[in-house]
Design a protein. Sequence first.
Length: 189
Amino acid sequence: MKKLGWTDWQRAARDTRGAEIAESAVILPLLFMMVMGIFWFGQAFRIYGTITHAAREGARAAVAPACATCAATTPAQNAVNAVNSALAAAKLDPNQVRKPATAPVLYLCGSGSSCGSAAPCNYVGASNVCVQNNVQLSSCSATPAGAATCGTSVSFGYKYPYHFSIPNTQLDLGNITLPAHAQMRVETQ
């Protein structure tokens, strides 16, 4: 067996055979993690857009005038049905809906003053959708008495069904809940 000398080590250091394989071994895992991050962020963005649309549909259904063909009799039930229908149409599980982390602080309309009493969340049955009817949508400090814009607010959270973590690291975001909130004013004609 030949003993390696200094010139042998210098020649091995200048030799570039196999360098592409070593570079690929370093870069490919990083590239793969970036592509997976882009994919999961895209999924979260799609779900966020869908639940925002569902909240708008719920608010729109809650302020719509009562109809004879609607199965629900209350605006809150109309809102919950519209949210569930929008989620089901987008192939999202309505059972993943969570109560909002913080319910919006909105004030009731028609109390005669610029700021009425705080509107409670109306949860229909086992639903986690917060529906606040007949609330003042404009800022009560900047609105003169009797000139408030009244409407409905729909809020909920959606539990993102994927677990965020990077293997072999301390980074673990767990499951996140994406918020959804929409307000719709009542049109009087």
